[in-house]
Design a protein around this ligand. Structure first.
Ligand code: SF4
Length: 272
């Protein structure tokens, strides 16, 4: 897919968290737009994507001077109270452009200097392991959540052809766990998977969260319906998984492999 990149100087980086992310004081998005272009991405339905002439997934805005601005905003925010940050709510901080730009890395460098009380790094990319040196400096205050919706590459390719392969994500979780970092696998949204899925997760993490379109898309599944995701299930002949109870299949398997207090459902898995 052809990509366009635009450099923009942001007025503000830390935004007040709300809705699903209530519990955080702020969200932080190093980029606007996301080259992973997941078919079910709820941001497709938000103004940032709707009011853009180019299709979601084909454009990325790079926030110039973000590290310096974040440093100022962190000082200010900390004067007002505890600072807990969700990075990122409407982009992937480790999408491909980050290899070159190292913008997310620069924000972590800033946060190492001016530490927030809590930071959740949410990504689908194994590139997050590049920054392990910085994550270790935030160790007690950071959790890294890597999305692993399924263990079936055929399913991953059908829903998110531009996102990183699943094996690389599992490897990243394993590596970050081995470093002693707080990590979780986010089965979010849960997609059709094999019988071995949960066993595979249990080999690399001890914390999991599971969510689906009906609990987690912010509209009880209506946004997902508008995005036409039902059609992908039909094409795969897996429509029985497009159901508000389908997550229970995976959840019951999780209960057999993880302690109850390490399994989180929907919003609870993303809270500080
Ligand atoms: S990685 Fe996240 S922000 Fe990017 S397209 Fe997928 S769901 Fe949307």
């Amino acid at each position: 897919m052809r990509q366009s990149f635009t450099r923009k100087i942001p007025k503000q980086l830390l935004n007040p968290a709300s809705g699903y992310l209530t519990g955080y004081s702020h969200t932080l998005n190093p980029y606007a737009g996301c080259a992973f272009s997941c078919s079910y991405c709820y941001v497709r339905e938000m103004p940032v994507a709707k009011f853009r002439s180019e299709p979601w997934g084909t454009w990325v805005d790079i926030k110039e001077g973000a590290a310096a601005l974040l440093a100022k905003e962190l000082v200010k925010a900390r004067r007002k109270g505890p600072v807990s940050i969700f990075m990122s709510s409407s982009t992937d901080p480790y999408q491909p452009v980050e290899y070159r730009e190292q913008l997310t890395r620069s924000l972590l460098e800033t946060m190492v200097q001016e530490k927030p009380d809590f930071l959740l790094v949410q990504t689908r990319s194994p590139l997050v392991t590049r920054d392990v040196d910085l994550l270790l400096q935030l160790k007690e205050r950071v959790r890294i959540s890597i999305t692993v919706e399924t263990d079936l590459e055929s399913v991953r390719r059908a829903f998110t052809p531009a996102a990183p392969p699943l094996a690389a994500r599992l490897q990243a979780l394993k590596q970050l766990s081995a470093e002693g970092l707080d990590v979780q696998a986010a089965i979010s949204p849960v997609l059709p998977s094999s019988e071995q899925f949960v066993e595979r997760l249990a080999e690399v993490v001890d914390r999991v969260c599971i969510d689906d379109f009906f609990m987690g898309d912010g509209s009880l599944g209506k946004r997902t319906e508008r995005l036409g995701i039902r059609r992908i299930y039909e094409e795969l002949d897996l429509s029985d998984w497009y159901d508000r109870n389908a997550y229970q299949r995976v959840l019951s398997s999780l209960k057999a492999h993880f302690p109850e207090n390490r399994i989180y459902v929907s919003q609870a898995g993303f809270l500080p």
